[in-house]
Design a protein around this ligand. Structure first.
Ligand SMILES: Cc1cc2nc3c(=O)[nH]c(=O)nc-3n(C[C@H](O)[C@H](O)[C@H](O)COP(=O)(O)OP(=O)(O)OC[C@H]3O[C@@H](n4cnc5c(N)ncnc54)[C@H](O)[C@@H]3O)c2cc1C
Length: 468
């Protein structure tokens, strides 16, 4: 058993002077543990419910077809060492800088970094495979500030708890009853065997047309599935493709002024001069500041009208992936439609689905062997079944942000509990902080957030940092 955790009921919990519990060992949590070690920070325990820590949802895939959607040159784990990932690739005999390499390779990079941190400071980093289900603040008399309840019955005491939970699972589409559809419905494409009981030329319905749909379609193709796939979303927008590298463009000198919507008008105008990809990319260093300066009304307007457009232009496909998707569309094996699903009924061995095409008043019907939920992650803590998030919201330690995009945090990542009270012992990282930062989905943004917080917690933020 781990030295710093104890069973309940049992002997008093083992205390340490300063200790950080990181809940979630995906990219964000593992990187936090790595950064704490690199900065000579406090002891840390990394709690991950899956058997492997360090890869998370995005980088656990072993499929070669699943490529990074960011060039290797922009995927370093450390903002102060931009060439770190490219150097690691070279050390593995796969030099690549402008390339979109397999996500599995990136998972290996993260695993290596975590193992390296553990080896460098075994007494300062523990990895615990368990699920956190509740957190309580300690009373004034206790030397620690938080107690984390694990599913196994174990409790972990720490001075600070950092939530690195990733996204919450997607919502069930309206009108769909998973119990009625049984094996004909796949709620989580990441954890299911997509081809089980599937005929080679069946018809499939994928709900969602974003990056998750692309992953699933590539996987089915790789498994030899020859049937037809229909993908549906409200607007039917598919992620755009990356162009040639834009790294030679001079960066924007300063943050553009004005409202979010004015900003997007500016992107359109700049698109005419430098192309839409460059126009979107050059805004990136300022996106968080623009978001934070915007009023709630502006943010809501952006989410309602522009988010789908932003998402497909901002989070793009590697060219080889886009080519495969185009080829499948060209061959009639993938059809993308814009519309809103209405009902799902099990009829003998198939699901009859009805949907309303966008801009039309005439309901359409189709019959599918399987319906796969690729609506993508959601982060509204009030609409989840996640036990930890539910209990944090119920006991008032956490609350949803005003936009329902995640947990309410301040600009330093501290959780805002009920009544907007800042709690310095509880922090959150990554996609669940989207309401405050908006652009906090991909590696280049999360690595900076993690780096800043780790250095603050290690008291290294005001001196020059020392690497491992
Ligand atoms: C399919 C996919 C592809 C992507 N591709 C790219 C890309 O190419 N480039 C890029 O820059 N970005 C990419 N991203 C975005 C980005 O890198 C990820 O969203 C990022 O990895 C988020 O990491 P995370 O640790 O916050 O979340 P996750 O990776 O989801 O990790 C969260 C972890 O927390 C654990 N956990 C949750 N709750 C508990 C609990 N209560 N107790 C214990 N453990 C818990 C989970 O098991 C999980 O391992 C991709 C994202 C996805 C989903």
């Amino acid at each position: 058993m781990l030295s710093t955790i104890s069973k309940i009921p049992g002997t008093p919990d083992h205390m340490v002077a300063k200790k950080i519990a990181i809940i979630g060992g995906g990219f964000s949590g593992a990187l936090m543990a790595i950064n704490l070690v690199r900065n000579g920070g406090p002891k840390a325990i990394l709690i991950e419910r899956k058997p492997v820590a360090g890869r998370g949802l995005a980088y656990s895939t072993s499929h070669e077809a699943h490529l990074l959607n960011v060039r290797a040159s922009n995927m370093s784990a450390f903002p102060d060492q931009p060439d770190h990932f490219v150097a690691w690739l070279s050390s593995q005999g796969t030099p690549a800088s402008d390339a979109f390499v397999p996500r599995a390779l990136y998972g290996q990079y993260l695993s290596d970094l975590l193992a390296e941190a553990k080896q460098a400071a075994p007494e300062r980093l523990e990895i615990c495979h368990d699920e956190a289900i509740d957190i309580a603040l300690a009373s004034n008399k206790d030397p620690h500030e938080v107690t984390i309840q694990l599913k196994s019955g174990t409790r972990v005491n720490a001075n600070t708890a950092i939530l690195a939970l990733g996204n919450l699972p997607p919502l069930t589409p309206e009108g769909l009853d998973p119990a009625e559809l049984g094996h004909h419905y796949i709620a989580d494409p990441w954890s299911a065997d997509l081809t089980q009981r599937l005929g080679d030329d069946d018809d499939l319905l994928v709900i969602g047309t974003g990056l998750t749909m692309v992953d699933v379609v590539l996987l089915l193709d790789e498994y030899g599935f020859k049937g037809r796939i229909t993908a549906i979303s409200r607007r039917g927008l598919v992620p755009r493709v990356h162009g040639a590298s834009t790294t030679d463009l001079p960066p924007l000198a300063e943050r553009p002024k004005g409202e979010i919507t004015a900003m997007l008008r500016m992107v359109r105008a700049r698109s005419d001069l430098i192309g839409w990809r460059a126009a979107i990319d050059e805004l990136r260093p300022f996106t968080q500041a623009i978001w934070q300066a915007a009023s709630e009304t502006q943010k809501l307007r952006f989410l309602r009208h522009l988010r789908p457009w932003w998402d497909v232009h901002r989070h793009r496909l590697a060219p080889v992936v886009a080519e495969r998707i185009e080829a499948l569309r060209g061959a009639g094996r993938l059809r993308v439609i814009a519309g809103r699903t209405q009902s799902f009924r099990l009829q003998q061995d198939h699901v009859e689905v009805s949907w309303l095409p966008r801009g039309s008043g005439e309901t359409k019907h189709g019959t599918f062997a399987r319906v796969i939920n690729c609506t993508g992650p959601q982060s509204d803590p009030t609409r989840t079944h996640d036990q930890l998030v539910l209990s944090l919201v119920a006991n008032g330690l956490a609350q949803a942000d005003a936009l329902g995009l995640g947990l309410a945090v301040d600009s330093q990542g501290h959780l805002l509990s009920k009544g907007d009270k800042k709690n310095t012992a509880l922090l959150s990282l990554g996609p669940m902080t989207r309401g405050t930062f908006w652009e906090i989905t991909a590696v280049p943004d999360i690595r900076k957030q993690v780096w800043d917080i780790a250095r603050r917690l290690s008291n290294a933020h005001w001196v020059g940092g020392e690497g491992l």
